[in-house]
Design a protein. Structure first.
Length: 600
C-alpha cells in the first residue's frame, strides 16, 4: 500500500490502517517516567575475621502516560471524501498514573578464617525482606470539546471511564552458607534458604530450599606433580540445589495476581436499568484453590574447570539436569454443570537437560606490546519435557500432556501441489476447508491411509494425518569474543548466535491475503503457483484459502543466525599526557551494537 494516493491524500481506508497517516494527523502518546533508586549500607567489623553488613534500598517508580486520538478524514479516488477514519473516532484522551514503591532490607554476617594453614572456613548467615506497593489509576474520556487540546475536563462524554488498582506484596527470608576448603584440593559448600511470601495463604507461605556442592582440584594432588607448569587447575564439581519461585503471572499488578488465594468478586454495570439508571452488578467469584504454594526449581550439575599454561588457556564444561516441580497451572477439568472454571493449582512438572562449554586463550606478542584474548562458548538445552500435567485427560495435542515438549509443533506432511483440478477434488480435504480444492493447492500426505485428510479427534492417539513436525525451541547457542590491545589502541568484538532454530511463520507477512486484500508479501507475490510456474515455493494465490495455511513441514524455516552483537574500537591517551592535563585517564572510542546479522 502506498503512503499517499496520486492526489496527495493519505492512502488506506476502513480496516486497513496507514501508520504514517495516523502519526501525521491523529494524536500523540507521551510517556514520562521517573525511576529513582537509593541505597544506604553499613559494614561493621567488631572482631577479627567477622564482618556484619546491612543495607536498605528504596525505589520509587512513577509514570505519567497521556494518549489522545484526533479524528481525520479518509479520501478515495480523485480525492473523494469517504468517511472519518474509524479507529481514531471519536476523539478521546487517556491518562494513566503509576506509582510503584519497592523497599528492601538485607542484613548478613560473614565469618572467614584459615586454621592450621590448610583449613579454610567461611560461614554466612543473613536476613532479607522485600516490600512492593502498586498504585495505578486510569481515566478515559471521549468526545473532546477541542480534539487538538486534549484535557480530561474538556469533554462531552456521558460515560467517562475511571479505573484504579492498588495492591501490595511482601517477601521475607533467611539464608545461610558454609564453605570449607582443604589444601586447595577439596571444596565443600552447603546452602539453605527459608522464604515466605504474602501471595500464598497461611500454611503454604514458607518453603525451605537446600543446596550443596563439592569440588576436587585434581591438579593439586601429589600424583599430578609432573604436570606442574602445564596444568594449573583441573577441578571436578558436583552440585544439587533447589530454588523457589513465586513470581506473579504477566499482566501487571492486580488483586488476582498479588492475592491469588483470595476469591474476588468482579464488579461492573448491569445490562438493565434500575430507576432509569444502569445498575451496578457484583458477580460471583471464581473458585480458588486452598492448597497451592511455591514452584520449585531443582538442578543437578556436574562440571569441570581447567586451566593450562599459567592460566593462558582456561575454560569450563557443565552438564545439568533441571526439574521444575509444582508449576501453577489451571486445575483438572471439572463437570460443566459447575458453571465456573477449575481453580489453578500446582498441577504440572517439567524437566530438561543440557550443557555449557567455554574456552579462553589469552597471551601477549610482539615483545608484550600486543595483548589478545579469544573466548568461545557453546551452550545447549534439550526441549523441555512435560512430566506431569493434569488438565488434559484425553491428551489433546493442542494442549500439554505428559511426554510432550514445550514448543512442539504438530502439522501435516507437504507432498507438493495438486497438478490438476481433478486430482485436487478426488481427495477429501473437507475437514481442513470446505471450498473447492483446485490445481495449485497443497497436497497433504494421508498418513493414516484412511482416504481423507483430517485432524482425527485431535488427540495423541488419534491425530488424524498430523505428525510431530518440529520443535521451535532454539538450540546450540554460540558466542565468540575477541579482545586486542596495542600501544593504547583496543578492539573488542562479540558475536552471538543460534545454530539450530526451527521457526514456523504462521503470520500475515508470510501468506497472501491473510487479513485483507492488502496482505500480499513480496516473496509470495513473486513465487506462487501458476500453471506455467508449477515448481513455486507458495501455493496458488486466492482469497480465504485457509486449507493451504495448515501447519506443515515445508514452511518450517531455518531461523539460525550469527549476529555481530558488539564492535568497539578505542584509544587510551598515554598516562604521561593525561598527567600533564591533570586527568587520571582519557579514552576515545566508537562502538556499535547489533551491526550485522547473518542467516542461512
Amino acid at each position: 500500500m502506498p503512503v499517499r494516493n496520486p492526489d496527495g491524500n493519505y492512502a488506506g481506508q476502513g480496516n486497513y490502517s496507514n501508520p504514517v497517516a495516523i502519526n501525521a494527523l491523529s494524536g500523540r502518546d507521551i510517556d514520562q517516567q521517573n525511576d529513582f533508586w537509593s541505597t544506604a549500607r553499613i559494614i561493621l567489623k567488631p572482631v577479627k575475621h567477622l564482618s556484619i553488613t546491612a543495607d536498605y534500598t528504596w525505589n520509587s517508580f512513577t509514570e505519567f502516560e497521556k494518549a489522545n486520538l484526533i479524528p481525520f478524514n479518509e479520501y478515495g479516488v480523485n480525492g473523494a471524501f469517504l468517511d472519518i477514519f474509524p479507529w481514531t473516532n471519536p476523539s478521546q484522551v487517556t491518562e494513566t498514573k503509576r506509582n510503584y514503591v519497592y523497599k528492601v532490607i538485607n542484613a548478613y554476617a560473614t565469618y572467614e578464617n584459615t586454621f592450621a594453614r590448610d583449613h579454610y572456613v567461611k560461614a554466612l548467615v543473613g536476613y532479607n525482606q522485600e516490600y512492593n506497593r502498586y498504585h495505578v489509576d486510569t481515566s478515559l474520556v471521549k468526545n473532546l470539546i477541542d480534539p487538538s487540546f486534549p484535557a480530561l475536563g474538556l469533554n462531552n462524554d456521558p460515560k467517562p471511564t475511571v479505573r484504579e488498582t492498588e495492591t501490595e506484596s511482601a517477601l521475607v527470608g533467611t539464608f545461610t552458607r558454609l564453605n570449607y576448603i582443604y589444601k586447595r584440593k577439596y571444596l565443600l559448600e552447603l546452602d539453605g534458604r527459608y522464604d515466605g511470601t504474602s501471595r500464598y495463604q497461611p500454611g503454604n507461605r514458607y518453603v525451605f530450599s537446600p543446596s550443596a556442592s563439592a569440588g576436587w582440584n585434581i591438579a593439586e594432588e601429589s600424583f599430578m606433580e609432573n604436570t606442574r607448569g602445564v596444568l594449573d587447575v583441573l577441578k571436578l564439581r558436583l552440585s544439587y540445589g533447589q530454588l523457589p519461585d513465586q513470581l506473579p503471572p504477566a499482566g501487571g499488578p492486580s488483586a488476582r495476581n498479588q492475592y491469588p488465594y483470595i476469591a474476588t468478586m468482579p464488579s461492573g454495570t448491569a445490562s438493565y436499568l434500575i430507576n432509569g439508571q444502569p445498575g451496578i452488578a457484583i458477580y460471583t467469584p471464581g473458585l480458588v484453590s486452598p492448597n497451592f504454594t511455591w514452584e520449585k526449581v531443582r538442578t543437578r550439575n556436574i562440571g569441570l574447570d581447567y586451566s593450562f599454561l599459567h592460566d593462558r588457556l582456561n575454560g569450563s564444561f557443565d552438564y545439568f539436569l533441571t526439574q521444575i516441580k509444582d508449576i501453577l497451572v489451571a486445575g483438572p477439568q471439572l463437570p460443566a454443570v459447575l458453571g465456573t472454571p477449575a481453580p489453578a493449582g500446582n498441577f504440572a512438572d517439567v524437566k530438561s537437560h543440557g550443557y555449557e562449554f567455554s574456552i579462553n586463550y589469552r597471551d601477549k606478542a610482539l615483545d608484550g606490546q600486543l595483548s589478545y584474548s579469544l573466548t568461545f562458548t557453546l551452550a545447549n538445552s534439550s526441549n523441555v519435557e512435560v512430566t506431569r500435567y493434569q488438565n488434559n485427560p484425553t491428551n489433546r495435542i493442542a494442549d500439554f500432556y505428559p511426554g510432550t515438549h514445550i514448543n512442539d509443533l504438530w502439522g501435516f506432511h507437504n507432498k507438493g501441489f495438486y497438478a490438476s483440478d481433478a486430482e485436487a477434488q478426488a481427495v477429501n480435504n473437507s475437514a481442513l476447508s470446505g471450498y473447492k480444492w483446485l490445481a495449485g493447492d497443497i497436497k497433504y500426505e494421508d498418513v493414516n491411509k484412511d482416504g481423507k485428510i483430517d485432524y482425527g479427534n485431535g488427540t495423541r492417539t488419534n491425530p488424524g494425518d498430523q505428525t510431530l513436525i518440529a520443535n521451535t525451541t532454539p538450540h546450540n547457542r554460540v558466542g565468540f569474543s575477541l579482545n586486542l590491545g596495542y600501544k593504547g589502541f583496543d578492539l573488542t568484538t562479540f558475536l552471538q548466535g543460534v545454530l539450530k532454530h526451527d521457526f514456523y511463520p504462521n503470520e500475515y507477512i508470510f501468506y497472501s491475503f491473510r487479513d485483507d486484500e492488502y496482505s500480499i508479501p513480496s516473496q509470495f507475490a513473486t513465487d506462487y503457483w501458476t500453471p506455467t510456474h508449477t515448481n513455486a515455493f507458495f501455493p496458488r494465490m486466492g482469497f480465504a484459502r485457509g486449507g493451504n495455511e495448515q501447519a506443515q513441514d515445508k514452511y518450517i524455516l531455518n531461523a539460525a543466525y550469527l549476529r555481530v552483537k558488539q564492535l568497539s574500537l578505542g584509544y587510551t591517551v598515554p598516562r604521561a599526557v593525561t598527567t600533564r592535563m591533570k586527568l587520571q585517564s582519557l579514552r576515545f572510542y566508537v562502538t556499535g551494537q547489533n551491526l550485522f546479522t547473518f542467516t542461512p
